[in-house]
Design a binder for this molecule. Structure first.
Ligand code: SF4
Length: 332
């Protein structure tokens, strides 16, 4: 499988003034293969949206690299950036906020085509708009209406049609279903899956809800306080979560089948999410980790491949550590 996107130690800090630096994203490294869905998961404020926006070039990076098809997306000139957006598009959480309320659906969908000078012939442009509406389960009767006349799920379909207007290869979906009713969420997920198959799309699917991400993702990265803490295939993350934070997130998901008795131990995280302006020393998760050891405050855990294609940043898996640091640890 060919890599289409590579992040190398991507770091994004925001200067908040008065000497305060918000460490939104620290040293994040992962790649995405062509045609796969990569899920990026974590609580709000963990940096996942900043990762998405920095990949799109909407934010400048602080350090590190984002390579799309081998090209550094932060070194593009205006023309190259415009061309880049024909390959990569974004879908947002709140479709209404991302759609101009004064434009008709037709105008909303046609706008990217106009920016890129596609379909100078209006009739051909309209045909393309109608084709896109049909691809997302709407039709030509919707073209002259306004976004506010639609339900949340329909508006997200309009947002998807707009993202598809330039026929991209890669879509960053930033919490595309979080604002929707549960019944509508599954429909939108199915639509995205079908479109992926038809158009060989690659997805970066950003979400805080692990249960939905499992259904759609091939591989999943888990973020906590600006750091990637675990990365592996969707199956292995669910069957064998290694990072204590991932274990806690998973233990909070109810088992959907009422006939199966839930015997799992629920891991409750103590304490508040620390501020990314003043993150803890060493391991950022240590203030809430049930397994924290002395070394966790002193040393940032390395990103290591513990099993094949299963990466984790946690001292529990560092075999080179002084054994006394492990003495009172049990992992179940
Ligand atoms: Fe917990 Fe330490 Fe592992 Fe961090 S490095 S997750 S504090 S055991």
């Amino acid at each position: 499988t060919a890599k289409i996107l590579q992040l190398n130690q991507l770091t994004k800090h925001f200067n908040m003034g008065k000497g305060q630096i918000l460490q939104a994203v620290n040293d994040v490294t992962f790649h995405i293969n062509k045609g796969e869905t990569f899920g990026l998961v974590g609580e709000s404020g963990c940096g996942k949206t900043t990762v998405g926006r920095t990949i799109m070039g909407l934010y400048n990076k602080t350090s590190g690299d984002v390579l799309y098809d081998g090209q550094n997306v932060h070194n593009l000139d205006d023309n190259e950036t415009l061309h880049f957006y024909r390959h990569m598009q974004m879908i947002f959480q709140d479709p209404y906020a991302s759609l101009n309320p004064r434009s008709t659906v037709k105008e909303v969908i046609a706008e990217p085509m106009e920016v890129h000078g596609l379909y100078p012939n209006k009739k051909e442009q309209l045909d393309r708009v109608i084709q896109l509406l049909e691809e997302v389960g709407l039709n030509r009767d919707h073209a002259d209406r306004y976004p506010h006349e639609f339900s949340g799920g329909q508006r997200q379909r309009i947002g998807i049609a707009r993202a598809l207007a330039l026929d991209p290869d890669f879509i960053i979906a930033d919490e595309p279903i979080s604002a929707l009713d549960v019944s509508v969420q599954a429909q939108v997920v199915n639509l995205l899956k079908n479109l992926q198959e038809e158009k060989s799309l690659t997805f970066l699917f950003i979400a805080h809800d692990l249960s939905m991400v499992k259904q759609i993702s091939d591989r999943i990265g888990v973020m906590y306080l600006g750091n990637l803490v675990e990365l592996t295939s969707s199956d292995s993350l669910y069957e064998n979560p290694l990072h204590p934070y991932t274990q806690a997130l998973l233990s909070a998901i109810p088992i959907p089948d009422p006939d199966i008795e839930d015997t799992r131990e629920r891991i409750i995280l103590e304490g508040e999410l620390p501020s990314p302006i003043n993150p803890p020393s060493g391991c950022v998760f240590r203030t809430r980790c049930p397994f924290a050891m002395d070394v966790c405050a002193r040393k940032k855990p390395e990103w290591r491949e513990v099993e094949k294609d299963h990466y984790v940043a946690c001292h529990l898996y560092d075999e080179t550590l002084n054994k006394t640091d492990h003495s009172d640890i049990t992992i179940n």
